[in-house]
Ligand binder design. Sequence first.
Ligand SMILES: Cc1cc2nc3c(=O)[nH]c(=O)nc-3n(C[C@H](O)[C@H](O)[C@H](O)COP(=O)(O)OP(=O)(O)OC[C@H]3O[C@@H](n4cnc5c(N)ncnc54)[C@H](O)[C@@H]3O)c2cc1C
Length: 380
Amino acid sequence: MADGTRTTEVLIIGGGIIGLTIALRLRRSNVPVIVLEKGEPGRGASFAAAGLIAPKFEPETEPFARLAIASRDRYRDYCEELRQLTGVNPEYRDEGTIMPLLDDEEETYANGIIESAGDSVPLKTLSRKNILDLEPDLSPEVRRGIFIPGDHQVNNRKLLQALIAAVQKLGGDIRPNTPARAIRVEAGRVSRVESDKDTYTPRHVVLAAGCWSHQVEIDDPSLSPPTRPVKGQMVAVQMTPPVTLTRNIHSPRCYIVPRVDGRADIGATVEEVGFDTEVSSEAVDKLLAAARSVVPGLRQSPVIETWAGLRPGSPDSHPIVGKTPVEGLIMATGNYRSGLLMAPITGELVTELILTGQTPELLRPFSPGRFTDTAGSESG
Ligand SMILES: Cc1cc2nc3c(=O)[nH]c(=O)nc-3n(C[C@H](O)[C@H](O)[C@H](O)COP(=O)(O)OP(=O)(O)OC[C@H]3O[C@@H](n4cnc5c(N)ncnc54)[C@H](O)[C@@H]3O)c2cc1C
């Protein structure tokens, strides 16, 4: 039962990287913000992610590439802003990404990537010698490779730590252990949001609850975003001398993301198994075997962590961001494998949408209405 009514300008449902980055941008514009988080903020998919800021390895549609590159281009400043606000360094690294190719099948796969590469994310093909000069720890069986200088990385856990502190420092009200249950609609506009304890009466609601977004009840169920969980398991090892990777290794077998402290995150499975977050020994074995086949020296590395997270999948693997036919209700979800990458541009453009009432051009292809008959009703 509700025991209080709170009002605010914007209520954000979900304290992941998407909801919190929107909160950050809104607070920069002095907009009052409350973030409802069902558990601890920053512990959903955003915590489980690998930290790749990699437009090249995500779906290659034109609108997606434009949004992804715009977001990647903001990442350095975004991390620097967070570092200056909080003293926590999100460890943004731009040494680029390497794809080593070890057999015929991988060479064929890479040829497809090279042929389809547009100008937006430049690639460079590397001879065997070139690739081993860049990363000497790669398998001696490597034949050649691809270098993607524009695919970067960030320490997502440090980023989240900084982001939470930054939002709070700027006056954002983050409420942990406060699940939103229902979004009530009256006369075509959002009237209130109900949690277990309180009722909120904001002017705008942003639904940014990741893979759980469809579980928040909306009076008109046809507006519920078609999100689903897509499980990803990962394993981390501590690199031991002489292994010292610098760049992201994105093999067709697995990816390896080396951190500044010598940790290397290896991922990831892609599984349609609902809300299960168990880690299986089989998945860990497969990831480690794949990583060792690419970087044999990892054989000596101790395993320091295993985990699983739930990506917010959408029917076309593209984000679901923008206005709905209900006045005041905005979606910012469905970022599937690219939510870290997309956070800076999403925060900026959703804030612009709230402040101006107009949908920014870059966001138009990602309208929530594209999955329903109301597609044409999105305006402005
Ligand atoms: C293994 C793995 C590796 C990945 N690697 C990368 C990568 O390298 N690069 C990249 O860009 N992306 C990557 N991703 C994808 C990325 O993690 C997600 O797209 C991104 O984190 C989504 O952010 P979000 O804020 O929408 O969701 P989340 O981080 O899941 O946050 C949603 C939040 O909403 C809260 N919530 C849910 N329901 C409610 C409710 N009713 N009321 C209040 N709060 C609620 C949840 O508790 C959660 O904190 C990876 C994902 C996984 C699982």
